[in-house]
Write a protein that binds this ligand. Structure first.
Ligand SMILES: Cc1cc2nc3c(=O)[nH]c(=O)nc-3n(C[C@H](O)[C@H](O)[C@H](O)COP(=O)(O)OP(=O)(O)OC[C@H]3O[C@@H](n4cnc5c(N)ncnc54)[C@H](O)[C@@H]3O)c2cc1C
Length: 409
């Protein structure tokens, strides 16, 4: 199929990366990004620099407006409403329509809401967009009682900023130690302990109901009880940070196969030959038919954009290594690479009596994952070990006097 026009639906990092790589790869046809939010912007700062005030809104832009002019990329500020499966015609919310040769779905996911009584009360916040971040920022004022439901990466980042701002923070999660699958139990424990050290109250339990009496929210918890058998958390601000929903109505309108994401091949191709899907909305179907785990991380979304661009151009697909992520909380920087919850053993490297670096080692001796607190260089070195399938003596991995870079050579 020769492609002379591409419409990318969604201007997050995956959509932007796809547009940039199409132009870098020599695509000279018409190229459009459709997003109701206008110029593409980045999401990690929404729970970090934009929330803390270190960034102004424009600092989140992935490129200045001039980049789109210089690269002849049209920005259509509108929402795609549906895609006709047979013709590939995209109908926008405004009623306008586009009919390109190739469509790239880069719509991300929507913040999941709590499916409990009162879970959708007005004023309960989620965090996925710039507007969400600014609305939350306004409320993180000294003395505000802030309840955060979900102590994953985003919930923890917000808790950290709220505590720094002088809010009274309660963090609620059903897991006693959240994030174990992503970072392993030792680092998860060290990270979780920081919340209490910063004055945050952590509750293990599931909210069962949220009410609002006109003044404040009350969150009923199951699994963390007071003497009457119930725990009621009072809060002025409630943030629900329990992950994203990847069901994509647009993909459904185009009759694409979806199963925990829009199913794609390594180049992002969906079950419709003129439609690609990338980033958080997409899920890789391996060549043997099994479905890969989605990562929901910035770098994998950017890589998806590059792969889809190559696929659309008919070029060789780029090769990427293990999945990498970062997060910031309580003044520390966390980075992780690869898989920390696959079968194997964990090797810990301690610094001043605290776990600083954890390596996951498979039963055959290969290092398959690494996570560090304030050890980004070590994680980047570990990436080379992991991607080369190198076997390293666990005693060397645990030894803080040996530079991981040396082990990667
Ligand atoms: C607050 C926050 C903090 C994060 N921090 C980190 C981090 O520290 N490290 C890390 O690795 N990852 C982080 N992530 C995850 C990372 O940002 C995402 O994996 C990444 O943004 C996914 O990119 P995407 O392009 O798939 O989707 P998105 O960035 O969600 O972009 C999707 C775009 O599609 C648009 N859209 C949706 N529906 C339509 C439609 N019908 N028509 C037109 N446009 C549409 C939306 O408006 C949106 O702009 C964070 C995410 C969030 C929300």
């Amino acid at each position: 199929m020769s492609v002379s026009s591409v419409v990318i639906i969604g201007g997050g990092i995956s959509g932007f990366s796809c547009a940039r790589e199409l132009r870098a790869g020599g695509f000279t046809g018409s190229l459009t990004i459709v997003d109701p939010e206008g110029l593409p912007y980045d999401r990690p700062p929404l729970s970090k620099e934009l929330l803390t005030g270190e960034f102004a809104t424009d600092d989140t832009l992935l490129a200045p407006a001039s980049w789109y002019e210089d690269n002849d990329v049209a920005i259509v500020t509108d929402r795609a409403d549906r895609i006709e499966p047979d013709t590939g015609r995209i109908v926008l919310e405004s009623g306008d329509a586009l009919q390109p040769d190739a469509i790239v779905l880069a719509t991300g996911g929507s913040a999941r809401r709590l499916a409990i009584p009162g879970g959708d009360l007005p004023g309960i916040l989620t965090l996925r967009t710039k507007a969400d971040s600014l609305a939350l920022k306004e409320r993180l004022v000294p003395g505000a009682r802030v309840a955060i439901i979900g102590a994953g990466l985003i919930g923890a980042e917000v808790a950290s900023t709220a505590a720094k701002n002088g809010c009274e923070v309660t963090l609620i999660d059903p897991a006693p130690i959240p994030l174990v699958p992503a970072v392993g139990p030792e680092i998860a424990e060290a990270l979780h302990a920081m919340h209490a050290e910063h004055g945050i109250t952590c509750f293990t339990g599931l909210p069962t109901e949220i009410t609002h009496d006109g003044e404040a929210f009350a969150i009923d918890l199951d699994g963390a009880h007071d003497t009457e058998g119930k725990t009621m958390i009072a809060a002025d601000v409630v943030l629900v940070a329990i992950g994203i929903d990847t069901y994509c109505p647009l993909a459904a309108s185009a009759e694409l196969e979806q199963e925990g994401g829009v199913l794609v091949d390594a180049g992002g191709r969906t079950s419709n030959e003129r439609i690609w899907a990338i980033g958080d909305v997409a899920r890789l179907r391996n060549e043997d038919g099994s479905l890969a785990r989605r990562h929901e991380h910035w770098e994998s979304a950017a890589n998806d954009g590059k792969a889809a661009a190559a696929s659309i151009l008919g070029a060789e697909l780029p090769k990427f290594g293990s999945s990498w992520f970062w997060s910031d909380r309580h003044g520390v920087h966390v980075e992780g690479i690869g898989l920390m919850s696959e079968p194997g053993t964990t090797v810990i490297r301690e610094v001043e009596g605290r776990p600083q670096l954890a390596f996951r080692v498979a039963d055959d001796g290969r290092v398959i994952g690494a996570v560090a607190i304030d050890g980004g260089m070590a994680v980047r070195a570990a990436r080379r070990i992991i991607d080369r399938g190198k076997i390293v003596d666990p005693a060397d991995l645990a030894n803080p006097d040996i530079d991981v870079k040396k082990l990667a050579r």
